[in-house]
Design a protein around this ligand. Structure first.
Ligand code: CTP
Length: 424
């Protein structure tokens, strides 16, 4: 069952052109299995019709405070109290002013006054309106009142201007809502993740790389952000957008990834939020061309029909380096992050699971990390780029767990839950 399945969500729509984007939010919520009720201001119904809202939400849209309803006439109170989350999208400057002033002059503001659970605002307006002192005063007041925010984003605005004021995309509002409703088991913790492949340049147009998609690292990153962690994501070239809210460092080569990770390690020692864990999902190239040619290699230059010999140099082992540093901290009785590696192996035959564990144990000891998650890329559902994975977790204490085939999202959640049991 998905996260949104059967959750009761109220979506309130203010009177702004961005209301058309809220239609997509309604569609996404319904598709994810949520029960959705819509409250629209009278102004909102100039931008989107009650019929469209009804079709997308599956219920009659509520707008008027004084229209009798089928129950006891206290519909706004019931709506506000029963929903697990109330999303206001778009939140216009006027609506925010009325909220900040504690007005209750229509169904929506009355519902907001009666609301006790979380409220998520997605503001949308012209950038001059957003930066106006009156709006900023209201923003500060609403923040002090415990209202949550997503956006507004910087970009092209409906009025033709460029600036801050764009409503967050529907996917981002959904993600913000999910984070609000998720248990915050990693709040106040800092997690470092490496993800994706590295590319080792041969010349300006060619490189050596591997099949890593970055999906496992991305799934852990999403799960950690939902659980309230501060996430630093050091990643190689990956086709997916960086999860919103992560502190991302994009690199290309293994050497660059090594340097970025070391810099984060050094910074975290002075950082107000030291690392609680470091998870290495990146498929780091073990070798790089010993010499990168500054100009494109021409086949004629190899002289004859034989291939030019490729000379490789070894890359630093990022995981082993960080594990050694963490172990040193532990020896000095100082707090150290939990260091986690991943290993994708290729095993066949009846004994493949035992052989995989043996390989994993050897790698765990060799790398010096606390935890290693091994998987067999030849097993069903475990190929590179697949949305699922089947892993065996090996802890340096000798503890082992073999998990079933799960979505990478669930593997990420389970791993983070497991790590919280190790925090002292
Ligand atoms: N790793 C790393 N830096 C490297 C190589 C690997 O940080 N230069 C990390 C990976 O991110 C992963 C773990 O080490 O978490 C295991 O990667 P793997 O490629 O299986 O390890 P190798 O030591 O390269 O072993 P193999 O000889 O099997 O390739």
């Amino acid at each position: 069952m998905g996260f949104w399945s059967n959750r009761y969500i109220a979506v309130a729509i203010g009177g702004g052109i961005a209301a058309y984007k809220t239609l997509e939010l309604l569609r996404l919520l319904r598709e994810a299995g949520a029960r959705v009720v819509v409250i629209a201001t009278a102004a909102a119904l100039h931008f989107v019709t009650p019929l469209t809202l009804q079709a997308l939400s599956g219920h009659l849209v509520r707008s008027d405070l004084f229209t009798p309803n089928e129950s006891d006439g206290m519909d706004h109170i019931r709506l506000a109290q029963e929903a697990e989350l109330l999303i206001v999208a778009p939140a216009t400057a006027d609506l925010m002013a009325r909220m900040a002033g504690g007005h209750g002059d229509d169904l929506l503001t009355t519902a907001l006054l009666a609301r006790q659970g979380p409220v998520l605002l997605a503001p949308a307006m012209n950038s001059a309106m957003w930066s106006h002192p009156a709006t900023q005063r209201n923003v500060a007041q609403l923040q002090a009142d415990g209202i949550h925010w997503v956006g507004p984003e910087y970009g092209a605005l409906a009025c033709g201007d460029q600036g801050q004021g764009r409503m967050a995309a529907a996917e981002q509002i959904l993600e913000a809502g999910r984070r609000l409703l998720s248990p915050q088991s990693w709040r106040g913790r800092h997690l470092l993740i490496t993800a994706g492949p590295t590319q080792e340049e041969l010349d300006p147009v060619r490189y050596l790389s591997n099949r890593s998609s970055g999906r496992m690292g991305w799934a852990i990153c999403h799960a950690a952000l939902r659980a309230g962690a501060h996430v630093t994501l050091v990643h190689g070239p990956v086709a997916m957008p960086v999860p919103w809210g992560a502190e991302a460092v994009a690199v290309q080569s293994a050497q660059q990834m090594y340097e970025a990770v070391l810099q984060i390690w050094e910074r975290q020692e002075q950082h107000a939020l030291p690392l609680s864990a470091a998870i290495f999902t990146a498929a780091v190239a073990d070798f790089r061309p010993a010499r990168r040619q500054t100009r494109k290699i021409k086949k004629e230059e190899s002289g004859d029909q034989t291939l030019t010999r490729l000379t490789l140099a070894q890359n630093p082992d990022i995981l082993a380096t960080i594990a050694a540093r963490a172990n040193r901290l532990t020896q000095e009785n100082r707090p150290a992050p939990i260091v986690v590696g991943f290993a994708a192996e290729t095993q066949t035959g009846a004994e493949s699971q035992a052989a995989l564990r043996a390989l994993g144990q050897k790698k765990l000891a060799h790398k010096g990390c606390d935890l290693l998650l091994v998987n067999n890329v030849w097993a069903e559902g475990c190929a590179f780029g697949s949305p699922t994975n089947q892993v065996t977790l090996l802890h340096r204490s000798g503890h082992e767990e073999t998990w079933p085939l799960l979505s990478k999202e669930v593997v990420g959640e389970r791993l983070l839950d497991y790590l919280t049991t190790l925090f002292v």
